[in-house]
Design a protein around this ligand. Structure first.
Ligand code: LLP
Length: 433
């Protein structure tokens, strides 16, 4: 489900006209639908109803406090990858004991902070990290709860930067080393073996790799439970979403089975029916770490057309958002649908590049794409920008970070102020020489 629909030719988020939101808060502006996020959470939770489960939202996808707080209230735990994310979760009213702390390069300070706050577990990604966690826990006189992240050697994920489940990348511990690592960990006095973890990659639009990896790890998981009494099996995140659909053509089937040029949605039910059978009867709590699935289709980036520029070869639509606001097209050649906020009655379409103001040729949102005709001042929505959108934004070209707003039914609130020029230089110092 997503809650972006045209009403009277105006694109709405839930009950709120996006034109009005842009007038109120300016552009570029991220707008999120609270209803979509909680709907996705509830549906995933229900689809896994027969399992003992906990959904730990991957905070990296969108870590605005209001979003974290919405999910904490819905009952979610959190998958965190830094001290900063732990701080955010706590600031949003989430509980440390619902947090699993992942990441290949945790610092000593982060480990100390997470131990002090009593996170649910550390996902250990190397033997060196295991030893450091043990030392830090010893110095504090505590036992650090851990799970080892197993690299399942199952390839999946739509782009090489976000495929993580094979030994070609830095994540996890090779499956044939895992038994030895648990054995070693079981002899460390300040470590408590609490679970086992895996993650395949991101934007996976086929359920089979998830089922294959679970099936592959199952004997190992059963063995670890028998030997060490582990309590949970985290199967990671990575469920893909639909980026190509057509809100413009009036389709409401963005999520459920929508067909884009090349994409079929992996529905929550498809995913659940693939993963539940191999997880049945394990007698372990199953942890899931979805990020994009919950937030991706729940957000848009609103941007206004500044200029139309024609060259001998192309027509450029220059908008006020740039790659610093949404880097996915530049970084992963990702497709994001672009639609007008006011739908025109003119059926004419034009092949254009939609680009930002940043001084890089990689600063584009669409290239050679047929879109309905646009004019200076038009407001457009870049769809499916709720995950890894603002979270990856930067100040490149000294552009202030965009604002963020949250819609709930017919209400809309600013959840992050737009940065000012003053914010850009805050913390910078004159060296005095
Ligand atoms: N768990 C672990 C261990 C992860 O590394 C990730 C994502 C997740 C869960 C959540 O994955 P999701 O359910 O959101 O696919 N910036 C990229 C995506 C990077 C994902 C990194 N890890 C993008 O914009 O596509």
């Amino acid at each position: 489900m997503h809650s972006f629909q045209y009403r009277n030719q105006q694109l709405h988020c839930e009950g709120v006209d996006l034109e009005r939101v842009a007038e109120k808060f300016g552009t570029p502006l991220y707008v999120y639908s609270a209803g979509t996020i909680t709907d996705h959470y509830d549906r995933l939770d229900r689809a896994l109803g027969e399992l003992d489960r906990r959904i730990c939202y991957a905070a990296k996808a969108n870590s605005n406090r209001a979003i974290l707080s919405l999910l904490a209230r819905a009952g979610a735990g959190f998958d965190i990858v830094s001290g900063g994310e732990l701080f955010r979760v706590l600031a949003a009213g989430g509980k440390a004991e619902s947090c699993t702390f992942a990441g290949v390069g945790k610092s000593r300070d982060e480990i100390e902070y997470a131990l002090d706050e009593r996170v649910h577990s550390f996902n250990v990604e190397s033997e060196a990290e295991l030893e450091l966690i043990n030392r830090v826990a010893k110095a504090k006189g505590v036992r650090a709860p851990i799970a080892v992240r197993v690299n399942p050697e199952v390839a999946a994920g739509h782009h090489k930067y976000i495929s993580t489940g094979t030994s070609k990348n830095k994540f996890g511990i090779a499956i044939d080393r895992v038994a030895a690592v648990y054995e070693k960990a079981s002899r460390l006095p300040n470590v408590l073996l609490r679970g086992v973890q895996m993650h395949l990659g991101s934007q996976i639009t086929d359920a089979q790799p998830f089922a294959d990896a679970i099936t592959k790890l199952r004997p190992l998981v059963v063995d670890l439970k028998g030997r060490y009494g582990i309590e949970f099996f985290s199967i990671g995140g990575g469920v893909g979403i639909v980026y190509e659909s057509s809100v413009e053509s009036g389709s409401e089937a963005w999520w459920e089975g929508a067909l884009g040029a090349a994409q079929r949605a992996l529905t929550i039910d498809d995913y659940a029916s693939a993963i539940v059978p191999p997880l049945r009867g394990l007698g372990l709590r199953i942890l899931l770490e979805p990020g994009r699935l919950l937030a991706g289709n729940a957000g848009v980036l609103l941007t206004r057309v500044r200029y139309i520029k024609r060259t001998a070869q192309k027509e450029f639509v220059i908008v006020d958002a740039g790659m610093n606001d949404l880097i996915r097209p530049a970084l992963y050649q990702s497709y994001h649908e672009i639609v007008p906020v006011r739908r025109s009655s003119d059926p004419a379409r034009k092949r254009v590049d939609v680009v930002g103001p940043v001084c890089e040729s990689g600063d584009f949102f669409a290239q050679d794409r047929e879109l309905s005709k646009m004019q200076e001042g038009d407001l457009v929505a870049i769809m499916s920008a709720g995950a890894y959108g603002f979270a990856m934004a930067s100040n490149y070209n000294s552009r202030p970070l965009p604002a963020e707003a949250l819609v709930n039914a017919d209400r809309c609130a600013l959840i992050r102020e737009r940065q000012t020029y003053r914010d850009l230089v805050r913390g910078e110092r004159d060296p005095g020489f």
